[in-house]
Design a protein around this ligand. Structure first.
Ligand code: PLP
Length: 438
């Protein structure tokens, strides 16, 4: 494959990327298979992040590839406004079957951002349909990432994503982040400290009044900010307070869904069922864009009372349940089941945990956290250039140690495909150790 021309490099504005730096020495992959990416020269690059937390089944898996090919040949596109096609119903039923009881209906989107936006809209519309139209506010959490739609950045808690667009913000307030280095240093899995932070929802109810609050949205494990597992008991407490005040609980499982925490969803792993559950990424193992919201039966039923010739929900996307995505989702879920990949992730968790925590004490390592097959390493930042050490380490890993991982500020995040072997996991953290030593 020929190298990209300067014009081609300039034309594409990479998202969430320092473009000038990237274009000086691009990090480009041309092929993927299983646990690996390859560049145009055939260099084999270990994927320690499942791409962008997506490829849970590994890359270019044959059953998924075949399902997409077949869909492209037989039904390239079909609308889901007033019409349908078999695969979208099949995909919805397969996803609902994986979800906790009650989450029986699926509204499809094309991304995680659209999923969180859809969940918030469904929550607000649900309250209005019940005659509680003043419930419009959303409660998010500091350090949360819910994508880049306006409700997502409003509920989200990452200032870099918010400050440019603040003037457009949707009404939201925030719980505190669940992380405290002092209380949770080097914790493994769910930290013991922090369940009481859920009680802040009571304070926000006292401040705003429950009659103004539609929903509270949280990532069960905050992912993009650097893998913050929920404190023991936190999610249950949040569930109870939300229920008490008639506030809907939304889990954003765009990262945690489809096996990342060793169960179909974090809701199952932590034994707490939300009213709405957002998913994306792993639903197709990243092979075709798809997202969606699992919806509790009573919410769905609330909308099934109007005239039969009028849409019950004035919301949707041209590509909601696109045939290629629906086919990919069906094949991916079958593959997860056939290879018991969620169970495999749960079994690998102890080994993964040991492996990442071997980095304690290595140069610049300030803290380590993990749950399921997700882990983060906080590095000591450089005072004059926050984020630089993390960024340089990511580059060192890519160019010198043939590995792709995620970086967010000075935090490195790891979320390998669930097909990883123990020796590939050892390899991942061995390479990180070498990069840090350098
Ligand atoms: N929600 C969470 C928890 C995410 O991690 C992400 C993306 O990483 C999103 C939403 C947004 O998803 P997308 O980038 O597909 O819009």
């Amino acid at each position: 494959m020929a190298a990209l021309t300067t014009n081609q490099l300039e034309a594409f504005w990479l998202p969430f990327t320092p473009n000038r730096e990237f274009k000086q020495r691009p990090r480009i992959v041309t092929r993927a298979e299983g646990m690996y990416y390859f560049d145009k020269d055939g260099r084999k690059i270990l994927d320690a992040s499942a791409g962008l937390w997506c490829a849970n089944a590994g890359h270019c898996r044959t059953p998924i590839v075949k399902a997409i090919q077949e869909a492209a040949e037989t039904l390239d596109f079909a609308p889901t406004f007033q019409f349908g096609h078999p695969k979208v119903f099949e995909a919805a039923a397969k996803i609902a079957a994986l979800a906790p009881q009650g989450l029986d209906h699926v509204f499809f989107t094309n991304s995680g951002s659209e999923a969180t936006d859809t969940a918030v809209k469904l929550a607000v519309a649900y309250h209005r349909a019940k005659g509680e139209g003043t419930r419009t506010r959303i409660i998010g959490r500091e350090r949360a990432y819910h994508g880049v739609g306006m409700t997502g950045i409003s509920a989200g808690g990452l200032v870099a994503n918010k400050r440019w667009f603040n003037a457009l913000a949707y009404p939201a307030d925030h719980l505190s982040a669940t992380y405290s280095r002092q209380e949770q240093h080097w914790s493994r899995g769910e930290p013991a400290w922090g369940a009481h932070l859920a009680d802040e929802l009571e304070k926000l109810v006292a401040l705003h009044d429950a009659s103004t609050i539609a929903a509270v949205i949280v990532e069960p494990v905050a992912g993009s900010t650097g893998v913050l597992p929920p404190p023991k008991g936190y999610l249950k407490r949040l569930r109870d307070i939300a229920t008490k005040h008639g506030i809907l609980l939304i889990f954003d499982e765009v990262i945690t869904g489809f096996g990342r925490v060793g169960a179909a969803f974090a809701a199952e792993r932590f034994g707490v069922t939300p009213d709405l559950l957002c998913f994306a990424k792993g639903v197709t193992s990243g092979a075709v864009p798809m997202g969606g919201v699992l919806v509790d039966k009573r919410i769905y039923d609330q909308f099934m009372n109007g005239p039969e010739h009028v849409p019950d929900m004035f919301h949707g996307y041209t590509y909601s349940g696109h045939p290629l995505a629906a086919a990919a989702a069906c094949a991916t879920i079958d593959l997860y089941k056939d290879e018991n990949l969620f169970g495999r992730a749960r079994k690998l968790e102890a080994h993964f945990e040991e492996a990442v925590h071997t980095l304690k004490g290595k140069p610049h390592v300030a803290d380590i956290r993990n749950v399921g097959l997700a882990a983060a390493i906080d590095l000591d930042g450089i005072d004059s250039a926050p984020g630089k050490r993390g960024f340089e380490t990511m580059k060192e890993l890519f160019f010198k140690h043939d590995m792709m991982c995620r970086v967010s500020g000075d935090t490195l995040a790891f979320s390998p495909p669930l097909i990883a072997t123990e020796s590939e996991i050892d390899e991942i953290f061995g390479r990180v150790g070498a990069a840090l030593a350098a």
